[in-house]
Design a protein around this ligand. Structure first.
Ligand code: SAH
Length: 368
């Protein structure tokens, strides 16, 4: 059985050709699936009965299973999806005036082991399939239905996992987000966030250039090596060059640099100046994220004054710098707090014992 949620337009028409169906039939089916959001072939009323029967015997529509949807006091909403084999992933919807952003996951767990990230502490289980990536958007759309307060206008790949480590499955999902026969989002409204996988950045630029965010968190290699082990493979000077290459094709004329502020580690005034010097030749904006603690985390969030001071130095240099408001922390949906529940196949050096228990409790309290 073929899961139709694994297909972008190209894969759809290729598969329909093997069924000896015309390309426009593939487009019609894709529109039912993604524009209307139906899960049932009989609801696809403009398809010939014979085609519907053919689809029933050869295809399925199988999204990740929605386990719970919990809403935060500030209106953001976290979805927990079961993807089998004891793996669960999380997706967060963040409503803001004039837009709604869905933050989706690309892997169950993450192999990069960034020292300050809850997902990284859990270890890596597996890549998500295209159906599981796009399925988060598909499910959230169905969940919200016609709720006009909850329209998804932007998608960010800032949930669990490193999106550029799963490009084979990510690219068809991105294609669907951009396709007018599916979600029809503009390239500027789809943002991939990476810890700095340079080959992946180059491939994304060639195959599907959407807006790019790069997680920096340190302006020198010695500190970044510690915080983000991937830096040992792709150090800062090369990363800056890769950002400049990306800008040649990027839909926005800037890269967003994310910088999590860790008290006493990377939040001094000289750190801010080093950040400016490092990024001098890259057209960029800064997104400052005061550290979000999670059980077992060894870092602390700096005080508001220190956050303000750090940001002010960037602003004074004429840069755009926003401080990310913490949303959804009461439902552990803030940056770096997403942990889902993954079966760790590559245990990191320090894993959080019994992280899953927190989820059992969370589910009891919030499931509805
Ligand atoms: N792997 C991708 C996608 C994760 S996006 C990446 O590294 O960019 C989530 C963002 O939140 C990243 O910038 C990540 O470094 C940051 N982050 C992770 N843990 C955090 C925490 N505990 N507090 C604040 N930000 C965190």
């Amino acid at each position: 059985m073929q899961n139709l949620l694994d297909f972008d337009a190209k894969l759809f028409s290729r598969w329909f050709a093997t069924l000896e169906e015309k390309p426009f039939r593939a487009t019609q089916t894709m529109r039912w699936l993604h524009r209307v959001g139906v899960a049932d072939f009989d609801a696809m009323t403009n398809l010939a009965k014979s085609l519907r029967e053919k689809l029933k015997t050869s295809a399925i529509i199988l999204p990740p299973t929605l386990v719970s949807a919990s809403i935060s006091k500030d209106g953001s909403q976290k979805f927990l999806f079961d993807i089998g084999d004891n793996n669960a992933i999380e997706t967060v919807f963040i409503p803001e005036t004039g837009r709604g952003t869905l933050c989706i996951s690309s892997q169950a767990g993450c192999a990069l082991e960034c020292a300050f990230c809850a997902t990284g502490k859990q270890g890596f289980s597996r890549n998500l399939t295209t159906a599981e990536i796009i399925g988060q958007l598909w499910q959230a759309n169905r969940f919200f239905g016609h709720d006009h307060e909850r329209i998804i206008s932007n998608v960010v790949l800032m949930g669990m996992g490193e999106p550029l480590a799963n490009l084979d499955n990510l690219i068809p999902a991105l294609n669907l987000m951009l396709d007018d026969n599916a979600y029809g989002l503009s390239r500027r409204r789809v943002t991939v966030s990476t810890a700095g996988l340079i080959p992946g950045m180059d491939r994304l630029r060639e195959e599907c250039p959407v807006a790019l965010a790069v997680s920096l968190h340190a302006a020198d290699d010695a500190l970044r090596d510690q915080l983000m082990p991937i830096n040992r493979k792709y150090p800062l000077a090369e990363l800056m060059n890769a950002c400049r290459r990306y800008l040649e094709k990027a839909p926005r004329d800037f890269i967003t640099f994310e910088y999590a502020l860790l008290s006493g580690i990377n939040d001094s005034e000289s750190d801010a100046r080093a950040l400016l010097a490092l990024t001098q030749k890259v057209s960029c904006k800064f997104n400052i994220i005061p550290f979000n603690p999670f059980p077992g985390s060894e870092y602390r969030r700096p005080g508001t004054e220190r956050v303000r001071r750090f940001t002010e130095i960037l602003l004074a240099a004429g840069k755009v710098a926003t401080t990310r408001k913490t949303r959804g922390s009461d439902i552990t949906a803030a940056c770096g707090q997403l942990a889902g529940q993954v079966r760790n196949k590559r245990a990191p050096s320090r894993s959080i014992p019994r992280a899953n228990r927190r989820y059992a409790i969370f589910l009891e309290e919030h499931a509805r």
